[in-house]
Design a protein around this ligand. Structure first.
Ligand SMILES: [Zn+2]
Ligand SMILES: [Zn+2]
Length: 261
C-alpha cells in the first residue's frame, strides 16, 4: 500500500476509535437537534414527529390505499401483475423526510463523503421499511444501480449506500453490482407515469456470472411511481429471482394508484 493510502486508512481507524470513545462518554444525541435521546433512536420524539409515517396496513404495493379484504393488495394492484412482489416504505416523501433525504443525497460541498447526520437518519428510515417487510429474509440485498457516467458525476450511489446499511442491519448478503444499467436514462423528474415507464424500459440487466437467489430485496432511496424499481425487478426475475421486494426510505404518494405492470 502506498504511504498516502496507508495514512488515510490509519486516519479512518483513528476517527472510528475516537467516535467510539466519544459515544462511551457522551449520552446519545438526536441527529436533528442535538437533544439527548433514547440510545436506540436516531431522532428525538420532536424531530421524529416531523416525519410522516405511511399506515403499516396500507396496500403492500402502492402503499396508498387499503388492501382488499383477505388480501395484502388493493384491487388495482391485484390486477397489475407487477414484477415487484411488494414495495415497502415507512415514510411519505414530503416535509421532514424529504429534507433529510435531500441532505443525504446532496452533501455539502467540502464534505468528502456522506454527511453523517442525514446518512444515519435516512438509513434508519429505510431500516424501518425493512422491518415492515414480512416473510422469510431474502438471500440478497441489491441497490438500483446508477449508470457509470452518472456515478462518476455524483461520486456515490445513494441507493447503494442505503442498501449496504440495510444489509448490515438485517445480516443479509449485499451485492452492489448485481444489476447494471444498460442505458443512461434521463431523470424521471417531471415525467408522468407512462413517460416514466417508457424512459426506463429495458434499462437494467443482471450482471453476467452473478448468482441471483430466489428472494431479493431491491433498494432505492425514493420511489414515486415504482417504474424504475419495476424494471429492475424484471431484470432480477429474468436472472432467476422469484420474489422481489422493493424497499425505499420514502415513498412519494399521490391520489392516483401508482404501480403499473
Ligand atoms: Zn431532535
Ligand atoms: Zn395498491
Amino acid at each position: 500500500m502506498w504511504p498516502k493510502a496507508a495514512a488515510v486508512v490509519a486516519f479512518r481507524k483513528l476517527a472510528e476509535l475516537s467516535r467510539g470513545a466519544v459515544e462511551l462518554v457522551l449520552p446519545p444525541t438526536c441527529a436533528g437537534c442535538g437533544a439527548q435521546t433514547d440510545p436506540t433512536a436516531v431522532l428525538c420524539r420532536v424531530c421524529d414527529s416531523r416525519l410522516e409515517r405511511i399506515a403499516p396496513g396500507a396496500c403492500q404495493l402502492c402503499q396508498q390505499t387499503s388492501p382488499q379484504p383477505d388480501s395484502r393488495l388493493c384491487a388495482s394492484c391485484e390486477l397489475s401483475d407487477s414484477a415487484l412482489t411488494a414495495c415497502f416504505a415507512a415514510f411519505r416523501f414530503e416535509g421532514g423526510a424529504a429534507d433529510w433525504i435531500h441532505r443525504f443525497k446532496y452533501p455539502k460541498k467540502g464534505l468528502r463523503g456522506l454527511d453523517p447526520a442525514p446518512a444515519s437518519v435516512v438509513e434508519a428510515m429505510l431500516n424501518e421499511a425493512g422491518y415492515r417487510a414480512s416473510g422469510p429474509p431474502p438471500g440478497l440485498v441489491v441497490p438500483v444501480p446508477l449508470h457509470p457516467r452518472r456515478l462518476r458525476l455524483r461520486g456515490f450511489n445513494p441507493a447503494a449506500e442505503l442498501a449496504r446499511s440495510l444489509a448490515r442491519e438485517f445480516g443479509i448478503p449485499f451485492d452492489p453490482v448485481a444489476l447494471c444499467r444498460t442505458r443512461n436514462t434521463t431523470s424521471q423528474t417531471g415525467l408522468d407515469r407512462h413517460e416514466r415507464r417508457r424512459n426506463v424500459r429495458d434499462a437494467f440487466r443482471a450482471r453476467r456470472g452473478r448468482q441471483i437467489p430466489e428472494q431479493v430485496w431491491l433498494v432505492d432511496d425514493v420511489v414515486t411511481t415504482a417504474s424504475t424499481l419495476t424494471e429492475a425487478a424484471i431484470a432480477l426475475r429474468a436472472a432467476g429471482a422469484r420474489t422481489v421486494i422493493g424497499l425505499c426510505a420514502a415513498r412519494a404518494l399521490s391520489n392516483v394508484p401508482s404501480v403499473g405492470r
